[in-house]
Design a protein around this ligand. Structure first.
Ligand SMILES: Cc1cc2nc3c(=O)[nH]c(=O)nc-3n(C[C@H](O)[C@H](O)[C@H](O)COP(=O)(O)OP(=O)(O)OC[C@H]3O[C@@H](n4cnc5c(N)ncnc54)[C@H](O)[C@@H]3O)c2cc1C
Length: 379
């Protein structure tokens, strides 16, 4: 067992930290308040290689391992979770899915732009009537010979407005249930594809989350990923890896709130001494540090399993459910340690508390993770 990061991994962590502290922190409060999409920051993320970290350099990626990716996700998530969710969806759902299951032609066509950040990707599974129960797809992809006719509505789609490449799950053969679902690559600008309004959210407010509407969109057959009927398996396998990214996001939120609370506790005085000298605050900090370390081990372990080509489905669900709950608990306590100052935007912890909540919901709710975990341990 080795618990040490390599030189390369440490360098990536440091570079991501510097980028987050120097380039994401200034302006993060305003972007969050005004729901302003971080266009310049995303462009920089592309330049720095943060948008296709694990993709083979042959397709423009960084060729890095999953551990490096979670280290970078953790550092960005300490500061700006709108940027880190954009990064997570682009890396783990879109680029990973395309590279793993796409045809050579699809990879050459889409990956170089997606890894450079010239184009952003979106992953479109959820619908008004299909969230946790993702098999209930109402969006249809009718087989018309050399193309699919796509009709339906997707909602809650991260990067919905800013993306150019959309991986859309749709039902082709209802009789086959989940085995009749396909994943199609849809491009912005295709006739009949409409991007709906941006949601006004509790957290990750500057990332865009939109409803997407497909009205008789003709999608060429060559845009299908995998064999006919592979779409649901594609979505589940991609989400299993995606959960490691969201777990890393949750870990970063918790660690970021903890760092702020620790610094604050050492400077704020009450009753003639720093509040860090009061045992009640010390115990909060001790619990935060312990839980964060436990979450970190789960997240890094899940990433390591993926890098070793071992099964990581159980590990990624465990990492996500635990890290997201640690993120909630830690951010609530970080606000408490800041007292009244924690309740206002200037001190950053209230934003992290709002951001933490989504990590318990997207890419499978905490309840869904527990279903995955219990199925695995009971089989
Ligand atoms: C900001 C944001 C970004 C998102 N980004 C994307 C995206 O990019 N792409 C995408 O496809 N989707 C995205 N989603 C959708 C997200 O994945 C879903 O919201 C999530 O899967 C839950 O689905 P739902 O909202 O329909 O809730 P429901 O499935 O209706 O669940 C409601 C509640 O019931 C619980 N529940 C449901 N079934 C069970 C069960 N069997 N046992 C116990 N409890 C259960 C759930 O855990 C939850 O607490 C995003 C959502 C948000 C809010």
């Amino acid at each position: 067992m080795k618990f040490q990061l390599t030189e390369d991994q440490l360098m990536i962590k440091q570079a991501a930290r510097e980028f987050a502290q120097n380039e994401l922190k200034p302006g993060v409060i305003e972007r969050d308040s005004h729901m302003k999409y971080p266009a310049e920051q995303v462009q920089r993320m592309g330049e720095l290689g943060l948008l296709g970290m694990m993709v083979n350099p042959e397709y423009g990626g960084g060729g890095m391992d999953t551990v490096s990716y979670v280290l970078a996700m953790e550092e960005l998530s300490k500061i700006d979770n709108s940027c880190s969710v954009i990064m997570s969806v682009n890396n783990s759902l879109v680029c990973w899915g395309l590279e793993k299951y796409g045809t050579e032609e699809q990879k050459r066509k889409y990956l170089p732009n997606l890894t450079a950040g010239d184009k952003i990707g979106a992953f479109c599974l959820s619908e008004p009537e299909a969230g946790s129960d993702a098999t209930s797809q109402r969006t249809t992809a009718e087989d018309k010979g050399d193309y699919y006719l796509l009709n339906g509505t997707k909602n809650w789609i991260t990067n919905g407005g800013s993306a150019s490449v959309y991986l859309v799950m749709a039902q082709t053969d209802v009789a086959k249930g989940s085995k009749g679902i396909n994943c199609l690559i849809v491009e912005k600008g295709m006739d009949g594809f409409i991007v709906g309004a941006k949601e006004d959210k509790l957290g990750i407010r500057s990332s865009d989350t939109n409803t997407l509407i497909f009205n008789d969109v003709k999608v060429p057959k060559e845009n299908r990923i995998g064999d006919n009927g592979f779409g649901f398996t594609f979505a589940m396998q991609t989400l299993s890896g995606g959960r490691i990214g969201i777990a890393a996001q949750a870990l970063g939120i918790a660690a970021g709130a903890y760092e702020l609370a620790l610094d604050y506790a050492k400077t704020r005085k009450a009753f003639g001494k720093e509040i860090s000298q009061h045992q009640a605050i010390q115990f909060k900090l001790a619990d935060m540090a312990t839980e964060i370390e436990a979450a970190r081990l789960l997240v890094y372990h899940a990433a390591w399993l993926k890098d070793q080509n071992q099964n990581y489905d159980l590990a990624s669900s465990m990492a996500k459910v635990f890290a997201s709950e640690v993120a909630m608990r830690t951010t609530v306590e970080a606000v408490q340690i800041h007292g009244g100052y924690g309740y206002v935007k200037e001190y950053h912890v209230e934003r992290l508390m709002r951001d933490a909540k989504i990590t318990q919901i997207y890419e499978g709710t905490s309840e869904v993770q527990r279903i995955v975990i219990s199925r695995s341990i009971l089989k």
